[in-house]
Design a protein around this ligand. Structure first.
Ligand SMILES: Cc1cc2nc3c(=O)[nH]c(=O)nc-3n(C[C@H](O)[C@H](O)[C@H](O)COP(=O)(O)OP(=O)(O)OC[C@H]3O[C@@H](n4cnc5c(N)ncnc54)[C@H](O)[C@@H]3O)c2cc1C
Ligand SMILES: *[C@@H]1O[C@H](CO)[C@@H](O)[C@H](O)[C@H]1NC(C)=O
Ligand SMILES: *[C@@H]1O[C@H](CO)[C@@H](O)[C@H](O)[C@H]1NC(C)=O
Ligand SMILES: *[C@@H]1O[C@H](CO)[C@@H](O)[C@H](O)[C@H]1NC(C)=O
Ligand SMILES: *[C@@H]1O[C@H](CO)[C@@H](O)[C@H](O)[C@H]1NC(C)=O
Ligand SMILES: *[C@@H]1O[C@H](CO)[C@@H](O)[C@H](O)[C@H]1NC(C)=O
Ligand SMILES: *[C@@H]1O[C@H](CO)[C@@H](O)[C@H](O)[C@H]1NC(C)=O
Ligand SMILES: *[C@@H]1O[C@H](CO)[C@@H](O)[C@H](O)[C@H]1NC(C)=O
Ligand SMILES: *[C@@H]1O[C@H](CO)[C@@H](O)[C@H](O)[C@H]1NC(C)=O
Ligand SMILES: *[C@@H]1O[C@H](CO)[C@@H](O)[C@H](O)[C@H]1NC(C)=O
Ligand SMILES: *[C@@H]1O[C@H](CO)[C@@H](O)[C@H](O)[C@H]1NC(C)=O
Length: 566
C-alpha cells in the first residue's frame, strides 16, 4: 500500500486522482476546513463514483469517501486474492464486517469504489421488465449500462468447471443457452466480469476516468457525520452542507454553493445511507429521540424494508483440478432462483474455500445463530489440518430473486463508524423458502448430470453431499436437534449471504421516483438502498448504471435540456 494514502493527510485533488489511474502515483494534502461545491456526494462507492464522474462534467463536485484508495492493493486487484480484504478485520481494511441480528456474517465496503472492490466480479444487467417496472427510461438505462461497460466489463475465459456447470444446467432443462451476454433472460448464460483477462479487477473507481478533473475533488478517509439543514422561514428544511471528519479526527464542513439546483446526494450503500439519514435527523422520530438526535423529518420508513437475498450452496469435491474462477455461469430459472457456478480461489495455493470460506465469515456447518467467533476459529483451525485434496472442488450456489422477506435497520450509536443493527428475516415469507427448495433441487440435478460427471466422485450422490457432516467445514448439512433433513430445514440452516443486501431508503417511502428525499429539499439518495428487489441475477451492473443514469438526469435538469444523447 502506498504510504501517501494511509497516514497523516487525506486530501486528494481530482487531478491527482487522475494520476493515480495512469501512473499509479498519489498525492495527499489536508482538506480545507470549509469549502463550497455544486454537489456534495456522500460515499465514493459503486453508485457514487459514476455519479460524481458524470456530474463533474458540468458542475463542481465533492466526493467524500470514508475508506482509502483501491489502487496498488493486490488484495483488491487480484482475482486470486478474493477474500483477503473480507478476512482483514482491521480498522484500515477495505471491508467492514457486520453480523445481522439473524446471525449471518456479512460485509460492507469501506474503500473508493465500494462493493465493486470486494465483490466476486460477476457483471450482468437487470431485465428490461425490471427497468420498466422501476420506471427508468429504457433508452437512457441502456446508454448508461454501455457507458459503464466500456470501462469495467469483460468476457470471462470459460474453463473446465464453469463449462461443466453450464452444460449440466442445460442438460437439466435450464434452457435456452444464451451464450455470453450481459442481458437477463431465462435460460443458461455466461455473464460478464469486472476482472480482465489477466485476472485484474476493474472497479467503479475506474469510472472516475470519465470525470472532469478540474471540477471534481475526491477526499479519502473522510467520514460524514451529518448533513446540515437550513430552514427558510417556516418552509421545508433544505440540505446545504455536511460535517465530516478526516483520518486524524479533524472536523471539516463542506457547503453547497448558492444555487437552486445544488444538492447533497447520499450514496453510502444499503447500510450507510439510512444510517446517515437518521444521524442527520430524518427517520422514525421515537428512535431518533432515544439517541438525542434532533428530528428534522419524522419518517418511520427510513431503515425499513431491508432485504438480503439468501444464498445456499453445495461444495462438490472433485477428482480432477478445478480452475480459479469466481462466478461466470448463471442459470436463470423460471422458479425465481438463480444458479451460479463458483470455483472460489486458488485451491492449489492457500488451502481455502474462497467465497465460502469461514475466514470471510461464511460458516454454513452450523445454523446462523451459532456462528460465533469461536465456531469460526474452530473451522479455520480444522481447515489447516485437512489435506490439500480436500480443497479441490467447486461450489454451486443458488440465490433467490427478490427476496419477498423484509427486515429493518436501527442505529446502535451516533458514531457513523459503528455499524447499525440490521435484521433481514431470511425465509420469513414461505415464498422465499419455496424458491430455495426448488433451486436446491436444480443443483442436485446438475450434480447428477452427465455433463458434470468428470467433476464428481462417482460414489458420492448429490444427497450424500448434502448429508455430509464430515471434516470439511463447508456447506454440509448441520446436525439438527430434530434430525430433520428436509430441504426447507437445509435452506434455513445453511443460509449465507451473497452480499446483495439492499433497501432502507426505498423509492416511494423514503425517496420519490427522482430519488429526492421526502420532506426536505436539495437532498437525494442514489444507490442500492433505494432498491425494492435486487436487480438482475447480481446487482452491481445496475448500481453503477444508476449512478451514471441519475448523473445524466440531474445534469439535464440543471442545464434545462431533455436531450438524452451523449
Ligand atoms: C463480497 C461481495 C461479493 C459480491 N459479489 C457480487 C458480484 O459478483 N456481482 C454483483 O453484481 N454484485 C456483487 N456484490 C454486490 C455489489 O457489490 C453491491 O450490491 C454494490 O457494490 C452496492 O453498491 P452501493 O453503491 O449501494 O454501496 P457501496 O458500493 O457499498 O458504496 C457505499 C460507499 O459509501 C461509503 N460510506 C458509507 N458511509 C459513509 C460515510 N458516513 N461517510 C463517507 N463515506 C461513507 C462506503 O465506504 C462505500 O464506499 C457483492 C458484494 C460483496 C460485498
Ligand atoms: C482549520 O481548523 C483547525 C482546527 O480547528 C485550525 O487549527 C486551523 O487554523 C484552521 N485553518 C484555517 C485555515 O482556518
Ligand atoms: C455538459 O454540458 C455540455 C455543454 O452544455 C453538453 O454538451 C454535455 O452534453 C453536458 N454533459 C452532460 C453529461 O450532460
Ligand atoms: C466547473 O463547474 C462550474 C459550475 O459550477 C462551471 O462554471 C465551470 O466552468 C467548471 N469548470 C471547469 C474547469 O470545467
Ligand atoms: C497479484 O498479482 C501480481 C501479478 O499479477 C503478483 O505479483 C502478486 O504477487 C499477486 N498478489 C497477490 C496477493 O495475489
Ligand atoms: C491483505 O489482506 C491480509 C489479510 O487478509 C492483510 O493481512 C494485509 O494487510 C492486507 N494487505 C493490504 C495491502 O491491505
Ligand atoms: C435495452 O437493451 C436490451 C438488451 O440489452 C433490450 O432488450 C431492450 O429492448 C433495450 N431497451 C430499450 C428501451 O432500448
Ligand atoms: C440523551 O440525553 C440525555 C440528557 O442529556 C442523557 O441523559 C442521555 O444519556 C442521552 N442519551 C444518549 C443515547 O446519548
Ligand atoms: C495457485 O497457487 C499455486 C501455488 O501457490 C501457484 O503456483 C499458481 O500459480 C496459482 N494459480 C493461480 C491461477 O493463481
Ligand atoms: C441423509 O440423511 C438422512 C437422515 O439422516 C437419511 O435418512 C438418508 O438416508 C441420508 N441419505 C443419504 C443418501 O445418505
Ligand atoms: C424441531 O421441531 C419442533 C416440532 O416440529 C419445532 O417446534 C422446532 O422449532 C424444531 N427445532 C428447530 C431447531 O428447528
Amino acid at each position: 500500500m502506498d504510504s501517501a494514502w494511509c497516514c497523516g493527510s487525506r486530501w486528494i485533488s481530482s487531478i491527482l486522482v487522475a494520476f493515480v489511474f495512469f501512473h499509479g502515483l498519489s498525492f495527499s494534502q489536508r482538506a480545507p476546513n470549509i469549502s463550497h461545491y455544486d454537489y456534495i456526494i456522500i460515499g465514493g462507492g459503486t453508485a457514487g463514483c459514476p455519479l460524481a464522474a458524470t456530474l463533474s462534467q458540468n458542475a463542481s463536485v465533492l466526493l467524500l469517501e470514508r475508506g482509502g484508495s483501491p489502487y496498488r492493493n493486490d488484495n483488491i486487484t487480484n482475482l486470486s486474492a478474493f477474500g483477503a480484504a473480507l478476512s482483514d478485520l482491521s480498522d484500515s481494511s477495505p471491508s467492514q464486517r457486520f453480523i445481522s441480528e439473524d446471525g449471518v456474517i456479512n460485509a460492507r465496503a469501506r474503500v473508493l469504489g465500494g462493493g465493486s472492490c470486494l465483490n466476486a466480479g460477476f457483471y450482468t444487467r437487470a431485465a428490461p421488465s425490471y427497468v420498466s417496472a422501476v420506471g427508468w427510461d429504457g433508452k437512457l438505462a441502456n446508454e448508461s449500462y454501455r457507458w459503464v461497460e466500456k470501462v469495467v466489463a469483460f468476457e470471462p475465459p470459460m474453463l473446465g468447471w464453469q463449462s461443466a456447470v453450464r452444460d449440466g444446467l442445460m442438460e437439466v432443462g435450464v434452457l435456452p443457452f444464451n451464450g455470453f451476454t450481459y442481458d437477463h433472460m431465462y435460460g443458461t448464460k455466461v455473464g460478464g466480469t469486472i476482472f480482465d483477462t489477466e485476472g485484474h479487477r476493474h472497479t467503479a473507481a475506474d469510472l472516475l476516468q470519465n470525470a472532469n478533473p478540474n471540477n471534481l475533488t475526491v477526499l479519502l478517509h473522510a467520514v460524514v457525520h451529518k448533513i446540515l439543514f437550513r430552514h427558510k422561514g417556516n418552509s421545508r428544511p433544505v440540505a446545504h452542507g455536511v460535517i465530516f471528519r478526516d483520518g486524524a479526527g479533524q472536523k471539516h464542513k463542506a457547503y453547497l454553493k448558492k444555487g437552486p439546483k445544488n444538492e447533497v446526494i447520499i450514496s453510502a450503500g444499503a447500510l450507510g445511507s439510512p444510517q446517515i439519514l437518521m444521524l442527520s435527523g430524518i427517520g422514525p422520530s421515537a428512535h431518533l429521540r432515544v439517541h438525542n438526535i434532533t428530528v428534522i423529518v419524522n419518517n418511520p420508513s427510513v431503515g425499513q424494508q431491508m432485504s438480503d437475498n439468501p444464498m445456499n450452496a453445495v461444495f462438490v469435491p472433485s477428482p480432477i483440478p478445478v480452475e480459479v474462477s469466481l462466478i461466470q455461469v448463471v442459470g436463470i430459472t423460471r422458479y425465481g432462483t438463480y444458479i451460479e457456478a463458483a470455483s472460489g480461489e486458488n485451491f492449489s495455493g492457500p488451502r481455502d474455500y474462497g467465497m465460502f470460506s469461514p475466514k470471510i465469515g461464511q460458516l454454513s456447518t452450523v445454523p446462523p445463530k451459532l456462528r460465533t467467533q469461536q465456531a469460526i476459529d474452530q473451522a479455520v483451525e480444522s481447515m489447516a489440518t485437512l489435506p490439500a485434496s480436500a480443497f479441490v472442488g467447486g461450489f454451486i450456489l443458488e440465490k433467490i430473486m427478490g427476496p419477498v422477506s423484509r427486515g429493518h435497520l436501527e442505529l446502535q450509536t451516533k458514531n457513523p463508524n459503528t455499524n447499525p443493527s440490521v435484521t433481514f428475516n431470511y425465509f420469513k415469507e414461505p415464498e422465499d423458502l419455496q424458491r430455495c427448495v426448488q433451486g436446491m433441487n436444480v443443483i442436485k440435478n446438475v450434480i447428477e448430470s452427465r455433463a458434470f460427471s468428470r467433476f464428481k466422485y462417482p460414489y458420492l450422490s448429490a444427497q450424500q453431499l448434502l448429508n455430509m457432516t464430515a471434516a470439511a467445514p463447508v456447506n454440509m448439512l448441520p446436525r439438527h436437534a430434530n434430525d430433520s433433513t428436509s430441504m426447507e430445514q437445509f435452506c434455513k440452516d445453511t443460509v449465507m449471504t451473497i452480499w446483495h443486501y439492499h433497501g432502507g431508503c426505498q423509492v416511494g417511502s423514503v425517496v420519490d421516483s427522482d430519488y429526492k428525499v421526502l420532506g426536505v429539499d436539495a437532498l437525494r439518495v442514489i444507490d442500492g438502498s433505494t432498491f425494492n428487489y435486487s436487480p438482475g441475477t447480481n446487482p452491481q451492473a445496475t448500481v453503477m448504471m444508476l449512478g451514471r443514469y441519475m448523473g445524466v438526469k440531474i445534469l439535464q435538469e440543471r442545464l434545462g435540456s431533455t436531450d438524452t444523447t451523449n
